[in-house]
Structures are given as C-alpha cells and as structure tokens.
Design a protein around this ligand. Structure first.
Ligand SMILES: *Cc1c(COP(=O)(O)O)cnc(C)c1O
Length: 431
C-alpha cells in the first residue's frame, strides 16, 4: 500500500513507514493512495464469513503488498480475538457492540491491530521501540491493554493526575511490565506538550527508537473498517439498506466506515452524531467549518473534541459528496441523559452516554427522512466505564462485568510538568 499525505507536501510512503512515522513531515495525515474495491464474489458470500475472515480479506486487499498473506492471517488472529455483535433491539434497530475487547471500548480494535503490526515489523528488523503517548482517558487504556506484553516494545503513558476516571486509571496503571504510567501534576495539554517536546528532542531521537500511538495513526483506522463490514454481513439477510449512526469526536470511527464504503460496502448513509462539540454537524448544515476552542466538557467526554483530527481524511474520501452520505445531529447532556433512559425503558438495554448519542441521531434521522432502513447505532464503550454517571442517570447501579472490576496495584511515577525531569525519567527507562 502506498500512502500520501493529506497536505500533499510529503513523499508517498509504504505502510511500514507510515505506521512508525505516525504523522507525515508536512503534518498532514496519511491516507491510502488507492482504495481497492473488494470483488463482487466477496460481497456475494460475505454473510458466510467470520469476523476474522472479513478482517483478513480487507487487510489483504489493502496491505497485501506489505505483509505476506500467512503473516497477515497470524497477525489478525492474535490481535482481534473478540467479537463485534450487532444486537437486535427491535425490528430494524440494532446496536453494534464494539466493547468486547480488553479495555471495553472500540479503540481496542485500532490499538491491538497497531501493536501487532508494529511488533511484526520490529521482529523482522530486530529493533526495539518506545511508544510515548499522552491520554485524557480512553486512548491510554486501549493502548496499555493493546501493547501489554508485546515483545520489543516499551510504552510510556502520560495522564493528568486526578483527571481520569477510576476505571480508566486502573486500566493504565495496574498492568506494569512493559507499560509505564506517568502521573503528571498538570492538565492533558501539559502531558501532550511533554510528549511533543520529547519527539522533537535530538538527543532522544538519535538515541532511541520512538513512536507515537495516537489516533491519527493509519494502523488504527484500517481495523475499524472491519466491523462495519461484519455488521453488514450480519444484517444483509434483512434485505434493507443500512444506516450507521456513529458517536463521533475525532471522527476516526466514521472515517473508517466511509473507507469500508469505498471498498464496496453497500450503505445508505452515515449519521455523524456528536455532543455540543458540533463542528461537523454544523459544517454539514452551513458548509462552514468552525473549530470550537477550547472544547466543551460533556458527559460523553471521549467525544469532547473541538477540531476533529480526522476531518481532512473524511474530506479527501467524500469531497463534495459529504452532504450526500453524511447527516449530522448533536445533543446536549440533558438530551443524552434522556437518551440513556429511553433506551433502558424501551428495550431494557443499558447504553453509555456516547452510545446514547448515536441512538438519538439514528432516531432523529428516521423521523426526519422517514427512511425505511435497517438502523445500526455503534456502541463505542461499555457503560461500566462510566459508572458514576450511569448511576446518576438510571437511579440504580447496573451490574458490571467482572472484567471491569480490575484488581491489582496502581503503579505510577508522579512527575511535574518540567521537561527536564521528564527527560531524565525517559533516559533511565527507555529501551
Ligand atoms: C474515542 C471515543 C469516541 C470517538 O471516536 P472518534 O473515532 O474519535 O470519533 C466515541 N466514544 C468513545 C467511548 C470513545 O472512546
């Protein structure tokens, strides 16, 4: 696969270069130069394929030139050993549960695939790697779980002290081994600034192999296309067009759906559902793209993004067809709480606030258009990750799975926001 930069000022690279570079030198985003359509025989037979068979077909079409077929199969089987069921709530209403991975959020698909792909390339070259990542919560958990015990990779995660949820903190800090958590006495922006400075530091760059694991890495986008096609496969027999409603922040998830469509997946539309950080719904309504700065805090905080980082990719994939394929809706916290309650009352189903926003978007789309479609709303996280909020909304404590009752000891190193101290820590700990 060849990849270009959305700014078009950097040379094309192959997948291996893109995954370790993360960002192109011109600060654009890497995108596949060509998006292959899957053959008609694939779509005719897709309902008979397992999730991993679908994942293998999609990644072979994209990455066949970069990783040999048998290696790609091994990689997929090791990275993606969890399901993405489309759960029926009523006729033509399905919830696509993307929270069956190790951190119980959809970011597991991207993080696990990226970790497996990096590890594959490192084994070939005999190199080691240090991942540095700043997190405001969910990304860190998925990255920690995704890279845990991956040979040859050491991970340093920075998070703002006291500003992530209890469960998120447990997911970051209890694994140990190759996962180090740094508790920064500052904000998420301070964490990000420290990581950024480390990547620009000549001494660190020349002494160590460093890479980032943030959500703009192309290796996190590709595996997210798998579950759209898997959902299509599960629902194809219903014989209706499908609308996917995607709860969105940085819009990586929705972009992956459009990628699946460009590879030939039949779909009527995507609903871009957001909280009051409504840059994209407003863009779809007015044609004007106005970032929100600073972003507004909400109860669907994994979507508190005022300038979605994947927008340039979406733009390149859809261009002036954006309005044809996307429909935008946004919701306040009060509406989100109502959405959680409505899903519970109508379907006896507990959904997290992000998921509720996707549900509301789908229902509004149906009301507005009267479209006779199979509606699928994406559930991006298990509600158990947002327990205090869920209790406040529902008025009782929903039962949460054993897996979220993480045990183990919190292990962190507390640092202040000074770069000198952070760098000294890195020099002691990088591999
Ligand atoms: C990250 C995240 C989102 C937003 O996904 P994007 O790909 O950034 O649009 C939505 N819900 C949850 C639970 C998340 O963790």
């Amino acid at each position: 696969m060849k990849l270009y930069s959305t700014h078009r000022l950097s040379p094309e690279v192959n997948f291996r270069e893109a995954i370790f570079q993360g960002l192109p030198p011109d600060n654009g985003l890497y995108m596949p130069s060509e998006i292959p359509a899957l053959p008609q025989t694939f779509w005719d037979n897709v309902e008979n394929l397992s999730f991993n068979e679908i994942a293998i077909a999609v990644s072979e079409a994209l990455l066949g030139g970069d990783i040999p077929e048998t290696d790609l199969e091994t990689l997929i089987h090791s990275a993606l050993d969890f399901e993405a069921p489309a759960v029926r709530l009523e006729e033509d209403l399905y919830c696509l549960e993307l929270f069956h991975g190790p951190s119980m959020a959809f970011k597991d698909f991207g993080a696990r695939f990226m970790a497996a792909a990096m590890s594959y390339f490192l084994r070939q070259s005999g190199q080691t790697l240090n991942i540095l990542v700043a997190t405001s919560g969910d990304t860190g958990g998925a990255v920690a779980q995704g890279f845990y015990r991956v040979p040859g990779i050491s991970v340093t995660i920075l998070y703002p002290k006291g500003k992530v949820s209890a469960i998120q903190e447990m997911q970051l800090t209890t694994l140990g081994e190759n996962i180090q958590a740094l508790e920064v006495e500052g904000t998420f922006d301070d964490c990000q600034a420290l990581v950024k400075q480390a990547f620009l530091d000549e001494e660190l760059r020349s002494g160590y192999h460093l890479a980032s694991a943030n959500s703009i890495n192309i290796a996190r986008l590709i595996p997210q296309a798998f579950y759209y096609i898997s959902a299509y496969a599960q629902l194809k027999k219903l014989g209706k067009e499908i609308v996917f409603s995607v709860p969105s922040g940085n819009f990586g998830n929705l972009t992956a759906g459009v990628l699946a469509m460009r590879m030939g997946m039949p779909v009527r539309r995507f609903v871009a559902a957001t909280n009051v950080n409504n840059v994209v719904p407003e863009f779809l309504r007015t044609g004007v793209y106005t970032p929100i700065s600073p972003s507004v805090s909400t109860i669907s905080n994994a979507m508190d993004v005022g300038n979605p980082s994947n927008f340039p990719r979406l733009n390149d994939l859809l261009g002036n067809q954006m309005k044809e394929y996307l429909k935008g809706y946004f919701y306040t916290d009060a509406q989100t709480r109502e959405g959680v309650l409505e899903i519970y009352r109508k379907y006896n189903y507990v959904a997290c606030p992000h998921t509720a926003i996707a549900y509301l978007g789908l229902e509004d789309y149906r009301k507005e258009t009267g479209a006779e479609v199979t509606g699928v709303f994406l559930s991006t996280a298990h509600f158990g990750k947002f327990l205090p909020e869920m209790e406040a909304i529902l008025g009782f404590t929903p039962e949460i799975p054993e897996r979220l009752l993480l045990k183990g000891e919190k292990k962190t190193t507390v640092v202040d926001t000074s770069y000198a101290a952070f760098k000294a820590y890195l020099k002691r700990n990088l591999i």
